[in-house]
Design a protein around this ligand. Sequence first.
Ligand SMILES: [Zn+2]
Length: 52
Amino acid sequence: MTPARVPVMHCPYCGEEDLRPSAEAHASWECRQCARAFQVRFVGLLVGREDR
Ligand SMILES: [Zn+2]
């Protein structure tokens, strides 16, 4: 069973773990360390790709 939303563990910009979900946009997170807000989006599965 896969959860619908997996919490982001690290900020992709500064690497800090002090993240919290943004109340303004779906699947958005705010980093308390570098004050960046970003979105995590599922873009598809790698199954069937030939370019590995
Ligand atoms: Zn950050």
